[in-house]
Design a protein around this ligand. Structure first.
Ligand code: DON
Length: 306
């Protein structure tokens, strides 16, 4: 039986919410600028089926780039290793929405988590599915074993109306032959899957397969064990963009962040944990959620580095 994390989560929530607020909500997607900034939640799901939560752990928020993880897992299921001909596996050392490396690297994105890489993954899904964003959503439903999660249409529309930068990235990759669908279709699907709304508890539960060798506890195989391991490696090295080194140093776990303020972390073999708070640092990662995960990993002694 796993440890009881209830008291630890409460302590962390009390400590982190007592810190002076730092950072700002994402405002380049207007619908996200309206979110109340000082919310905080954290949830832990263990591979032996326990769920611990505190604060606003059941409040749905925009998962944004955390959806890139689900999109990648689904694309890997369908495409297998062929995927890696179109997207790399190296940290970029650049912001998530940067274009600078793409010219030198001939339209091959550094990794599947920077926007360029996630647009390539979404392009793969556009070829495989008539409604790629529904495919990502239904994949999440299968992971959860229920259909309680949806796409926030306002957030999707809001981002789509302000997607010049992602459009530039997509057109640029298309000029190198690394995007097959029409740019508009890829952006529609991408903005929609980024606009999936989920709570900390739902994200922790949905991502458990990454802590359990690619299998949802008690359920179906999602990925083979090797792909689950590789996904964790990518989260560790690339999941927080140019803060990935700092996150490995501070938290010591594979993580995936989103500009909605969520951060999901995996403790292989044991649990998944998701913290959420909307104020972001300059890298687009939640300040309070990172702080909470750092405290959790230290107090629970779960860093992958021992
Ligand atoms: O493409 C974008 O800019 C957003 N849909 C997602 C960015 C994001 O969440 C970056 N992560 N921290």
């Amino acid at each position: 039986m796993s440890a009881d994390f209830a008291a630890l989560l409460q302590t962390i929530a009390a400590e982190v919410t007592a810190l002076p607020p730092e950072g700002d909500v994402a405002d380049y997607i207007p619908a996200l600028a309206r979110v109340a900034p000082d919310q905080f939640g954290i949830a832990v799901a263990t591979v032996d089926g326990r769920l611990f939560r505190t604060g606003a752990a059941d409040t749905p928020f925009s998962i944004q780039s955390i959806s890139k993880l689900f999109a990648l897992a689904l694309a890997l299921q369908r495409e297998g290793d062929a995927l890696w001909r179109r997207v790399g596996r190296e940290p970029s050392g650049t912001p998530f929405n940067s274009l600078v490396l793409l010219e030198r690297e001939r339209g091959i994105p550094r990794n599947p988590f920077v926007n360029a890489g996630a647009l390539v993954i979404t392009d793969v899904l556009c070829r495989r599915f008539l409604q790629p964003e529904r495919a990502v959503l239904e994949f999440v439903h299968r992971l959860l074993g229920r259909t309680s999660v949806g796409i926030d249409a306002d957030v999707a529309r809001s981002e789509r109306r302000h997607s010049d930068r992602n459009a530039a990235i997509a057109h640029f990759m298309r000029s190198f032959g690394n995007l097959q669908a029409e740019v508009g279709a890829v952006l529609d699907a991408y903005c929609a899957h980024c606009a999936i709304a989920m709570s900390c508890a739902e994200l922790a539960e949905a991502a458990l397969f990454l802590a359990a060798d690619g299998r949802q506890p008690g359920g179906a195989r999602v990925l083979d064990a090797a792909d689950a391991r590789r996904l964790n490696a990518l989260m560790l090295t690339c999941g927080a963009y140019d803060a990935a080194g700092d996150f490995a140093f501070r938290i010591g776990l594979p993580t995936k962040t989103g500009v909605g303020g969520g951060i999901l972390a995996i403790v292989p073999g044991r649990l998944s944990v998701c913290a959420w708070s909307p104020r972001l640092d300059a890298n687009g990662n939640s300040v309070a959620a990172a702080e909470a995960l750092e405290r959790f990993a230290a107090a629970a002694g779960v860093s992958i580095f021992g």
